[in-house]
Design a protein around this ligand. Structure first.
Ligand code: SF4
Ligand code: SF4
Length: 523
């Protein structure tokens, strides 16, 4: 009798702890992460502009909407919530350029054909460029034909079709539930709508510049080589698969040279000119914390007196926190708030294998160091790939047990297509689906058929070359030790001539992929 009641009590305690953990995860996700009610092709807008998060003036605007009112007469927020317009806050708030210097709407937007950080100032890009103005106009027009949006924002359009969520939906969820930020964005968007002219107003800008090169200390298997100097060195040593990463070519080499060219000339001065309108600065790499040049920008902003109003954000692997004389913890106290978005898509050996040269314990120690600073938050934002999805649920469990992060988020890998989560043997995908029942976007990804040109032998070929390269080093890990469930699919005798295969399956060709997506989603 005593035993029974003790066991009931234990069960209750365990259940209460589980419920508490689930609530914790839910709280992390509602700030912009996945896990809401959207479905493939059906974005759910319930989490945007939650009533209790609105200011009185925005409530007034929202409350003026009458049932059956023509879309043109509704407020912007109501038009977006009712899906009369396909609205995104980013073209009004973000200045972004790619590692080759070309401007884009954001990291998911298509590169501008003519505007680069070397021929167009940050201000000219935001105010005068036809690129930015074309998408802003279409995003406010209920009768648009989406000509520019379908081209520039193709990734968000297709992600919403495939998974029901996108970078756009994540940003809307975050931006529209921040009272002050949304009020300032709303003011800016209304001004734009009335005048057709973009103007800087209030602190709403997020500056995301990739001008500091692509120095990086890691060799993550899914990372495009131009993004990491370490990846480039390892590829030069022969760790390569043409079906996964395309044929080495002069154009590719030229692209990497362009990436490595110093593009910082004059940029610090342009950022300082916009400083009164800057809400946040995000430094992206390579690995930003090991890029010396970016510390010069931090020093200038601190000198200008604006740092105390600015959020500083890093997309970082969080394996190192200093470079030369620079230590990030000496800069942190000057800024309003610092957000370390750590690229974590596995725990322990899993991340040490996928993001080679990572020492998981170093990441954990650096999270602890960040937490010693009251103005720092750490978030996780990983990539769901066909390797990480085999263990991604472990991160969710780790976060439940170690409540040291503020937000948990993830994105689906798009390229290289070989590493998409749908590209796994059907049998493994079926086994994984029950583990992600609370995360519909991951289930949706696993339910998709493998890409027609996917051949798992290419994945093995690439990963096993890397295993060989690291043999005997301190980063020696083996694919089938970390993911033993894959071994039975390895058929080395099936290896074909790669050049022949490249002609048969031109998966690496960007134009072929775009045409396929366009056909699939009618864009
Ligand atoms: S819709 Fe997507 S691609 Fe376009 S600006 Fe917004 S987040 Fe970027
Ligand atoms: S840390 Fe980032 S830049 Fe470096 S290899 Fe990994 S994904 Fe690429």
């Amino acid at each position: 009798m005593i035993n029974n009641s003790m066991s009931d009590l234990n069960k209750k305690v365990v259940k209460d702890i589980d419920d508490m953990h689930d609530k914790q995860i839910e709280d992390m996700l509602t700030k912009g992460g996945p896990g809401d009610k959207s479905k493939p092709g059906e974005v759910n807008t319930e989490e945007w502009w939650k009533w209790n998060n609105l200011s009185e003036q925005t409530k007034l605007k929202a409350g003026k909407t009458i049932l059956g009112q023509p879309p043109e007469d509704k407020s912007i927020l109501q038009q977006a919530k009712d899906k009369d317009i396909w609205f995104c806050t980013i073209p009004f708030t973000q200045v972004y350029n790619e590692i080759n210097g070309k401007y884009c709407a954001c990291c998911f937007g298509k590169e501008s054909k003519k505007h680069t950080i070397e021929n167009t100032t940050l201000k000219e890009w935001m105010v005068d460029s036809e690129y930015m103005n074309s998408i802003r106009k279409e995003m406010l027009d209920p009768h648009t034909d989406f000509k520019a949006v379908n081209e520039i924002c193709r990734r968000c359009r297709t992600d919403e079709e495939k998974y029901g969520r996108s970078r756009r939906t994540n940003c809307l969820k975050i931006h529209t539930n921040d009272k002050e930020f949304w009020d300032n964005i709303q003011r800016n968007v209304e001004m734009y709508k009335a005048s057709g002219q973009y103007a800087f107003d209030e602190r709403i800008l997020e500056i995301q510049l990739k001008v500091f090169g692509s120095e990086c200390n890691l060799d993550c298997f899914m990372c495009m080589h131009a993004n990491s100097t370490t990846r480039q060195k390892v590829a030069d040593a022969g760790v390569w698969n043409e079906q996964v990463y395309g044929k080495p070519s002069k154009e590719r080499d030229e692209y990497i040279r362009l990436v490595m060219r110093d593009k910082t000339k004059g940029v610090n001065a342009q950022v300082l000119e916009l400083a009164p309108y800057i809400r946040s600065i995000k430094i992206i790499g390579g690995e930003p914390l090991v890029m010396k040049k970016h510390y010069e920008l931090l020093e200038k902003i601190i000198e200008s007196g604006h740092a105390k109003h600015i959020y500083l954000k890093y997309q970082t692997n969080l394996t190192q926190t200093k470079k030369g004389r620079h230590n990030i913890f000496t800069y942190i106290p000057h800024f309003k708030n610092v957000s370390m978005v750590a690229s974590v898509d596995g725990i322990g050996k899993t991340i040490e294998y996928m993001r080679r040269r990572t020492v998981w314990q170093d990441v954990v120690d650096n999270i602890e160091k960040c937490r010693e600073h009251p103005n720092v938050v750490v978030d996780f934002n990983g990539l769901v790939t066909n390797l990480s999805v085999l263990r991604f649920y472990e991160i969710i469990d780790w976060v439940k047990e170690n409540p040291v992060i503020d937000q948990l988020n993830w994105a689906m890998i798009d390229k290289p297509t070989h590493f998409r989560p749908n590209n796994l043997p059907e049998e493994l995908k079926k086994e994984l689906i029950p583990k992600y029942e609370k995360w519909p976007d991951i289930v949706a990804a696993l339910e998709r058929p493998a890409d027609p040109d996917f051949d798992i032998q290419n994945l093995f070929d690439y990963m096993l070359k890397a295993d060989k390269f690291y043999e005997g080093t301190k980063w020696d890990h083996k694919l089938f030790d970390v993911f033993p469930e894959l071994e039975k699919y390895y058929e080395p005798w099936k290896h074909r001539d790669h050049n022949l295969q490249a002609n048969l399956f031109p998966n690496w060709d960007k134009k072929v992929r775009e045409a396929r997506d366009a056909q699939e989603f009618g864009l």
